[in-house]
Every structure is written in structure tokens, then in C-alpha cells.
Design a protein around this ligand. Structure first.
Ligand SMILES: [Zn+2]
Length: 367
């Protein structure tokens, strides 16, 4: 890299999330913003300005101070280290090449800085985000870099069907407090679990997978298509099942340890456990993850029909209890794919235009 540059991933466009179109609530996340110092001198980042454009005019402006940027870079650095700089999550190789990450805003020559994630809500349907970053060299010369990224209302063009039978609970969605939203490839994903009338996901003490209501339930192809990738060999993650009697701190520690082991053993794809990826029309792919080891009934190259049984719900990969993770992406590559907002043709959403955490869903087709 040469020069002082601000770059982001995705670089082509960001997905606008239609939270509630009738009222006018839209939001988007900029997941990876990196500043690269490709000069042979030290540069100190001083400030950053975001401008949001709608109908060709600036409608929202955000100013990020040096103090705020310092905090962001420190926290982002910690997170990147904790997650082993996974390329599919942080895209540092694409954005920085071989340049090492700097933790401080005082950037040494040929280093980069990751400024974390930015969430913006808007009453408009913004079309463009302009990012303007300013720094200073040791000789007090001001340096500046600008990048513009399109914001696109790109909704799925396909008619996906709910991939499960009977009634399921939305356990994670694109809601801000859910983990999915904060990664480019999962931001519009759903996790589904089965619950009993008391809202519990398991019977007995839940220490065995077979006590879980979701475990082993059939997963169906959401739409006809062609199978392009599968993983069927990863054992269930039994060691991180939720235990009613342990403290939250102990549980989080247990999850972190297990996630680190999974990443070390299986790499970038490991967190998904066993999965099926199906290609559909319009360059869209449906993705089913954490499936039960050995349960996958299709192979790469097979064509599948809508609602064809393809696997069983499991607990492989980063999964704290059996559930189905489902999302739609625009590419088969785990390193470049972007999650696409979509809805199920056989599910009617409630007040909002998308499904949310806490809703109970039942497909109109109960067969
Ligand atoms: Zn998930």
C-alpha cells in the first residue's frame, strides 16, 4: 500500500436494512473501516467525518473525535486478536495486505488501523456514505483521505420458504443486540430454536443433546437449487451446552475457550460446524449451519427441490444449544460473501417488515 488511505469492506456497497418502511426506519452497518499509512513517515490520525447522502444532498453528518477514534482502535485491536484476525470476519489481508495493525492513532510507517464497526440509523433511504479522515505528520503537515461507498436497498429477489416444520422461535436475527448483525456474511441471518409451552428449549436438565427439542429435527431446502458446498463431519459441540446452574461468567469463559479451539482446528469455516450451501437464481445462496454430524442427505452437485429434506438440526461449530442458523448470501466464498436481507414467502411478518428476535414462527405449510 502507498499513501495515506481510508478503505472499507465491503468496498462496493453496503446493505440498507428496511426496519420499517411505512414509518421510515432504515439502518446499516459499516463492518470494517481501516486506515492505512503507506508513507515512510509517522502519521497521527486526528478526526473523521461521515456524511450521509439522500437525493444528492447531505442529510446526516457525524464527527468522530480523536478520543473516540482512539477508543475504537484499541477495542477493535483487542477483538481482532481475540478472534485470531479471521480473514472472513475482518478482511485485513484485502484491506491492508501485509501491513501490521497499529493499536494507537500515532501510526508508524506502513501500518494500518482498524476503527471497528459503525451503526447508522436513518429516517431516509440513504444512497451514499462519504468517509473523510484527517491526520497530521510529525512536521505538522495535514494529510487527508476520502472514500465513498454506495448504500443499496438490495433485497433478495427469490421466494424462500421456511426451512423447518411446525412452530419455531427466532433466537437471533438482524436485531442490534444479536451477534449476527455485526459480521458482513451473517448480518441478516436467523437462528431458530424449538421451545415448549414454558419457553424452555429442553426437557430434564438439558445436559444431553437428545433432551433438546430442536436436536435432530428435519431441515428442508428453502428453495430449489444446486448444492455447491457441504460439511458433514464435525462432531457436535457438547461441552458448551447451557447449564442452568453455572454463572454467566463461567458460561462465557467456556464459550470463548470452545470457540478458540474450533477456530484452531477447523479455521474460518469452523464456527458454522456442519453446513449445506445451495445456489439459487439471481446469484443468491441459502445457507444452513450447525447441522447434526452425518445427517446431510445431499452431496455437492445435487439439485434439490423446494422443501426437500436435506439434513437434521444439530449443535456443531459455535453453537451453545442445538439450533438452525439460516441465511442468504451473494457468493459461495466465505471470504467475500455478503448477507442479503430476505423474507420467507410462507411467513407473514408482524409489525415490522423483517422478522425479529422473540417471534414465534410457523410456516403456512405444516406438512
Ligand atoms: Zn447463527
Amino acid at each position: 500500500m502507498t499513501g495515506f488511505k481510508v478503505v472499507c469492506w465491503p468496498a462496493d456497497y453496503l446493505h440498507l436494512n428496511p426496519v420499517n418502511v411505512a414509518i421510515g426506519i432504515y439502518d446499516f452497518v459499516l463492518h470494517n473501516l481501516v486506515v492505512s499509512n503507506g508513507e515512510d513517515i509517522e502519521i497521527k490520525i486526528e478526526s473523521m467525518v461521515f456524511q450521509l447522502f439522500y437525493e444528492g444532498r447531505v442529510v446526516q453528518t457525524y464527527l468522530y473525535s480523536e478520543k473516540e477514534l482512539e477508543k475504537r482502535s484499541r477495542l477493535s485491536h483487542l477483538k481482532i486478536n481475540e478472534m485470531q484476525s479471521l480473514e472472513s470476519l475482518f478482511h485485513l489481508k484485502k484491506l491492508l495486505g501485509k501491513e501490521p495493525l497499529s493499536e494507537s492513532l500515532l501510526m508508524k510507517p506502513h501500518t494500518g488501523i482498524h476503527l471497528g464497526k459503525f451503526y447508522i440509523s436513518s429516517p431516509f433511504q440513504p444512497e451514499k456514505l462519504k468517509i473523510d479522515i484527517t491526520g497530521k505528520t510529525a512536521s505538522q503537515k495535514t494529510v487527508n483521505s476520502i472514500v465513498e461507498v454506495e448504500i443499496r436497498s438490495h433485497y433478495s429477489k427469490n421466494q424462500y420458504h421456511f426451512p423447518l416444520k411446525d412452530i419455531w422461535h427466532v433466537d437471533a436475527s438482524a436485531d442490534l443486540f444479536c451477534h449476527h448483525r455485526w459480521w458482513v456474511n451473517t448480518q441478516f441471518a436467523y437462528d431458530f430454536v424449538k421451545k415448549n409451552a414454558q419457553g424452555k428449549t429442553f426437557k430434564g436438565n438439558g445436559h444431553r443433546l437428545t433432551q433438546n427439542y430442536s436436536f435432530g429435527k428435519e431441515v428442508r431446502a428453502s428453495l430449489k437449487g444446486r448444492v455447491v458446498k457441504i460439511e458433514n463431519t464435525i462432531p457436535e459441540s457438547k461441552n458448551i451446552l447451557i447449564d442452568d446452574f453455572e454463572s454467566v461468567a463461567l458460561f462465557i469463559e467456556k464459550i470463548k475457550k470452545s470457540q478458540t479451539e474450533i477456530l484452531k482446528k477447523y479455521g474460518d469455516e469452523g464456527p458454522y460446524g456442519n453446513y449445506v450451501l445451495i445456489q439459487h437464481d439471481n446469484e443468491e445462496y441459502s445457507f444452513y449451519a450447525h447441522l447434526k454430524q452425518g445427517s446431510i442427505l445431499v452431496k455437492v452437485g445435487d439439485t434439490v427441490d423446494t422443501q426437500q429434506k436435506i439434513a437434521a438440526v444439530g449443535n456443531s461449530g459455535n453453537s451453545t444449544e442445538p439450533h438452525l442458523h439460516f441465511h442468504v448470501v451473494d457468493s459461495p466464498s466465505f471470504f467475500t460473501q455478503k448477507s442479503i436481507p430476505f423474507s420467507f414467502v410462507d411467513i407473514t411478518p408482524g409489525f415490522f417488515d423483517t422478522l425479529h428476535y422473540g417471534e414465534y414462527l410457523s410456516s403456512n405449510r405444516m406438512t
